[in-house]
Design a protein around this ligand. Sequence first.
Ligand SMILES: Nc1ncnc2c1ncn2[C@@H]1O[C@H](COP(=O)(O)OP(=O)(O)OP(=O)(O)O)[C@@H](O)[C@H]1O
Ligand SMILES: [Mg+2]
Length: 307
Amino acid sequence: MAVLNFPHQGVVINGVRYFPRKSLTHVLEDKSVYEVVAEDGSSLIAKLVLLEEDRGTGIKGMSSFDRETFLSQRWGPDPHPNVHFPLATAEQDGIGYVLTRYLAEDLESVLLREGPFTPRQTLHVLQQIANALTFLHGKGISVRDVKLDNMLVQLDGVQRGQVIREMILLKETIVKLFDMGLAIHPDMHFLREGTDFYGNEDYAAPEMILRNAEQMENPHLMDMYSLGICAYYLLTQISPFKNINVQTVIALSLRDLFPMFILYNDTILPFSLKKVISTAVSYCPLDRYQTPQEFVNAFAAEIPKEK
Ligand SMILES: Nc1ncnc2c1ncn2[C@@H]1O[C@H](COP(=O)(O)OP(=O)(O)OP(=O)(O)O)[C@@H](O)[C@H]1O
Ligand SMILES: [Mg+2]
């Protein structure tokens, strides 16, 4: 497993030299995320990607770097208020540097510290991510990695470790979807899709895990499935497939049974919400909500109105 380190002499990106300030995420598999500071004092996040693997087979590494580079070059760093693309990417000595503006904290960290979200707080997150997905799908981009640790909270003056659940409802809080390392767009001709499963098995749609080519034809619908898992995770703090390996999930057809499980076994949520979420995570893509807004509208219809 490769260990990547940010060079002490820094890295020059778009003519500006960046130095590491402190590491945020320590070497998990072959990735590191660093807080870096430019000569002008501005603070950013740098993600390091090892670029030495075979371009054709690896979905991570080179391929994920190429995807982020393509999208940020075509659409810029902030193409939509709820979308966070890199500011810049650069290559140096076999390592790719993906720079993004530093935001407060990802939603999984908030959930794990703060506990389950109320339906109204969850709706607030879902609406913003649905806005992001509506925009991205409209541009032909499928994210294929929609998950809570790829959603960042932006709130002025608030930093990592300081986001509390109630802040989600504030008007000035913005939730942004980021990490386009698995995204796909029809013009990404330079990429060859592998045949193995890739992505996060906790959130991945069944057709992505099984690599069912026919059902993968509409990759936007994989994002719809993942958004349903996000809703369930936010409301219950239970990530349904966490720590269950992909082979077990496939062998037991767990994903096939999951919508039924939510409806009839799970006791935490009211039946009406369970129905909405079980539709979102339907096994067959065409049984899911077909647009992010359709899902959000169905969800909103089942929660108590604001007084
Ligand atoms: N701009 C940012 N502002 C604040 N935190 C960030 C930022 N970028 C990344 N992080 C933190 O680092 C974590 C990992 O970042 P990122 O998703 O880009 O890496 P990754 O290697 O693609 O991870 P994975 O493959 O597991 O999704 C995020 O979940 C978040 O906690
Ligand atoms: Mg990520």
